[in-house]
Design a protein around this ligand. Structure first.
Ligand code: BES
Ligand code: ZN
Length: 625
């Protein structure tokens, strides 16, 4: 089977599996056989996706050629997207998802064609229906993005920047596409940007600015549309290892290169665990602080918030997380957003394993403890609103996926997989997981398919008898057999926190400066009953309000709001105006609302809103309406 002629990603598994699974015969040479099996995977019938108008079981797109021009003064991308088609049936139309795009013209095989744009529905947008013949090869769509296209954030100022955020269903706001995670395309692109800026995509990337402002991209491995990404800015590249590097604005590049120094080690650790990294390079792009997420696993080029640059490498587990998605998510992809935990639960599990490999078990157990604490908090928060949102398997029909993609998928998913590991033993579990990633590379996975695979591969281990699988996946809350996190350090913190709250110890007895960021966050989130005076004493001793660690700062600011510790309010305001990362800003506005400080929330939000991304704006608008 192994033949050096094939691209590495094919050898990584997709072909190996289907030879067995699809019973592909032995006729033809290896190349033909491999082409045939690739087609079989690619043409497999896809599940219905309630968040896409596309009909991939009739006609699906295979390859995209994207020619685009980015105009910063008008804040518009003007582009032509040319797709190669594959006909599964003889259907005479092909349907794309789009939202808000202005369509300037459509051609089929070079000839102007008829098209209609259906009625626009809330959050899913409209279908773009193009008339074709059953032999049509290509559809070309010329279009421009509207003002306020939701995926895009145009950052003005000294260092202008543009970035996209496509997951979950925002790809369609900057590119007409068959926007369902089960569908994959390869692409190439040519993007024209202002001459002082560089363009980057989820593809093979340039490492230097050029004089023309024209950049070419190639993505040879098929990816789902939610991983389509573009960023444009005045960035520099710094190599970190033979396959890893970082891009950031000049004023941040040194700090970023220092912070992410261990990236190559993480890559090596990840490969040791679950098989080769098949995407070629792994680079990280540091985005402006308005980026609404911590990180986004755009293939070959993770997009990351600058809020993880703490100066001491303490927040790099986020990089391990996005790197892990190169297997869980980008190689084996959730079928629809109902199976989101297939992406995120596996990724948190894998992230913890990478962190354990590189920084030791004690370190990763502290992360796991924070994960458990978050899980408890999320369960109690959303159980009351919609208990079914605490299942691993979601039901998002008629809902905006963004509303229910909570950290249940992440943390409950993590603990479920950890339970499997602990039940059958790490050695067998690792063999299983490696096989799972290899055999399903470049394929879709849904919850049911995974559970069937789990049960059949681990039948000898009696996994079904030992783990109450259904209670984890199709039931609310936290099952009683959730694994116990074992961290002496975190237990110690818990008792120090209790003693401090009950005035048994004073600030002088706290060894704050010796603590890791996990311990600091755990301490702050465990002193819910402190007084403002106690916060003041802590702040005097340890300058917490001025910390450079944004996880610590965030936890501290939330506590400050709840305890009316107003000394921290100037910092609160600058943090909220500067940072648009939703995981931080949403709970802070929420805390203000819950403590009768809505006026202050509105005042700060009025100032901050113009620089936030639509994803964050959606959430905060609802909160403060
Ligand atoms: N893929 C997610 C981000 C995402 C999820 C975007 C759903 C849109 C919809 C990414 O991998 C992620 O999980 N990021 C986390 C960081 C992680 C360490 C938990 C984040 O942004 O906070
Ligand atoms: Zn993730």
């Amino acid at each position: 089977m192994i033949n050096k002629k094939y691209p590495k990603w094919i050898l990584a598994g997709a072909v190996v599996l289907t030879l067995n699974a699809c019973g592909d015969g032995n006729s033809g040479n290896p190349q033909e056989r491999s082409e045939r099996t690739k087609m079989m995977i690619a043409n497999a019938k896809l599940a219905r996706d309630p968040h896409s108008y596309a009909q991939p079981n009739e006609v699906r797109v295979k390859h995209l050629n994207w020619v685009a021009s980015v105009d910063f003064s008008a804040k518009v991308i003007t582009a032509t997207a040319t797709y190669d088609l594959e006909h599964i049936t003889e259907k005479n139309e092909v349907i794309f998802d789009m939202k808000g795009l202005q369509i300037d013209g459509v051609k089929v095989d070079g000839v102007p064609a008829k098209f209609t744009v259906g009625a626009e529905k809330e959050f899913i947008g409209a279908p773009l229906i193009v008339e074709i013949t059953p032999t049509a090869k290509q559809v070309s769509i010329s279009y421009r993005t509207p003002q306020g296209a939701e995926a895009l954030l145009w950052v003005d100022g000294e260092s202008p920047f543009l970035f996209t955020q496509s997951q979950a269903i925002l790809g369609r706001t900057w590119l007409p596409c068959q926007d369902s995670p089960g569908l994959r395309i390869t692409y190439d692109a040519q993007v024209t940007v202002p001459k002082n800026l560089m363009a980057l995509m989820s593809a093979e990337n340039p490492i230097k600015k050029n004089d023309t402002g024209v950049y070419s991209f190639k993505m040879d491995q098929p990816i789902p549309s939610y991983l389509m990404a573009l960023a444009v800015g005045d960035v520099e590249f710094r190599s970190l290892g033979d396959r890893t590097g970082v891009y950031a604005i000049p004023s941040l590049i040194d700090a970023a290169a220092y912070e992410f120094e261990d990236m190559q080690k993480m890559l090596v650790a990840a490969e040791k665990l679950y098989g080769p990294y098949v995407w070629g390079r792994y680079d990280v792009l540091v985005l402006p602080p308005a980026f609404p997420f911590g990180g986004m696993e755009n293939p070959k080029l993770t997009f990351a918030t600058p809020t993880i640059i703490a100066g001491d490498k303490s927040l790099v587990s986020l990089i391990a997380h996005e790197l892990a998605h190169s297997w869980s998510g980008n190689l084996v992809t959730n079928s629809t957003w109902d199976d989101f935990w297939i992406n995120e639960g596996f990724t948190v599990y894998f992230e913890e394993r990478i962190m354990e490999e590189v920084f030791g078990r004690e370190y990763s157990e502290m992360l796991a403890q924070l994960s458990r604490q978050e899980l408890d908090a999320t369960i109690s928060e959303i159980s009351a609103v919609n208990e079914k949102d605490t299942w691993l398997k979601l039901s998002l029909e008629n809902r905006n996926p963004d509303d229910a993609m909570t950290d249940i998928a992440y943390n409950k998913g993590y603990f479920f997989l950890r339970l499997c590991e602990e039940t059958i033993g790490r050695e067998k579990w690792d063999i299983f997981l490696k096989k799972y990633f290899t055999e399903h590379a470049f394929q879709v996975m849904d919850t049911e398919k995974f559970l069937a695979y789990l049960k059949s591969n681990l039948a000898a281990e009696k996994i079904e008898e030992k783990v109450n699988i259904n209670e984890w996946v199709y039931a609310p809350g936290i099952p009683a057999n959730i694994p116990k996190v074992q961290s002496d350090k975190m237990e110690k913190i818990k008792s120090v926190a209790e003693e401090f709250v009950s005035l048994k110890i004073i600030v002088g007895a706290i060894k704050w400066n010796d603590w890791s960021y996990q311990e600091k966050v755990y301490f702050i989130t465990s002193i819910k009953d402190v007084s403002a005076a106690q916060m003041k004493a802590l702040d005097r001793a340890f300058n917490i309000t001025s910390t450079k660690n944004n996880e610590v700062l965030f936890a501290w600011l939330e506590l400050a709001i709840r305890k009316n510790y107003s000394t921290a309010y100037d910092e609160l305001e600058s943090f909220l105006v500067e940072v648009g990362r939703r995981k931080f800003v949403a709970p802070l506005y929420e805390a203000l609302v819950e403590t009768n400080q809505k006026d202050l929330a509105v005042k700060i939000y009025t100032k901050a809103r113009p620089s936030y991304h639509s994803v964050t704006i959606e959430t905060i608008d609802k909160m403060l309406d």
